[in-house]
Design a protein around this ligand. Sequence first.
Ligand SMILES: [Zn+2]
Length: 304
Amino acid sequence: MEVALKIDVDTHQGLELGVPRLAAMLEREGVAASFYITMGPDNSGRAILRVFRNRGFLSKMFRTKAVSMYGARTILSGTLLPSRPIALSFPGIIRNLKARGFEVGVHGYDHVRWQDHLDDIGDAGVRNELGDAFEVYRAILGAPSKSFAAPGWRTNNAALIALDAMGLEYRSDTRGIAPYRCVVEGRTLATPEIPTTLPTLDEVMGRRDLPDDTAVREFYLGQCQPDALNVHTIHAETEGMGQLESFTSLVHALKERGVKFVQLREAAWRLNRAELPACEVVRTTLPGRAGWISSQGPARISAE
Ligand SMILES: [Zn+2]
């Protein structure tokens, strides 16, 4: 059984505090992982305000302790207090990740803008977000990023086409069951898409049938497919902070079951692009998550 840990870093605090803790734990455990870092400003206060405006989600916010998880500074970032740069505040942490052998990729520029306004900013706006994000990455690491993971698992045709033109090794923008190539406007794109296959912790934390850490751990062990690449997205702000202990126990349990941890790029390197199914990218909703996400749709007949 293989598991790829995709670690999304959405905030200033997540990069400053969550990433070093996660990296230390993963290194100690000998576990490979891929970090996806938001390259632009931390406007997460706006995202949290948006969630609070969505009244149906208020109870979930309290149940999942989002406020204590994110902290007051993050909640105010980009609202009452100015937004702080994420990646450019901690270039040393990012370089250090790469030096230690972790994979580092781009998780958008302005996470909140992408997630909340992807369809409003136009094709040029999408290209600007991508251009700025890849530019910051290159400025920090001295080489271009070879991969991208869309903020909030949201993408659209403009983003998919612009990213395909960059010749990346792969993207991880969507939810799905197995690697595929995206069909956009009738055309099958070249870049493999490696979707997240497992639900995220914030999607399952409020579930009544999973009342404690042990139940959540057993749930994840049961979700992992034996003959597949299981892609688990975790968050520096969650599994790297308040949930570090329970996430570490999940890592231990996976190791005990003989799971092999792989980086997403390693999974991408062995893909035969010609053999991947060609699938439309559809929009859907997931239990425990607000709003739409992009998902692997049904396969088309032929990849070419
Ligand atoms: Zn994210």
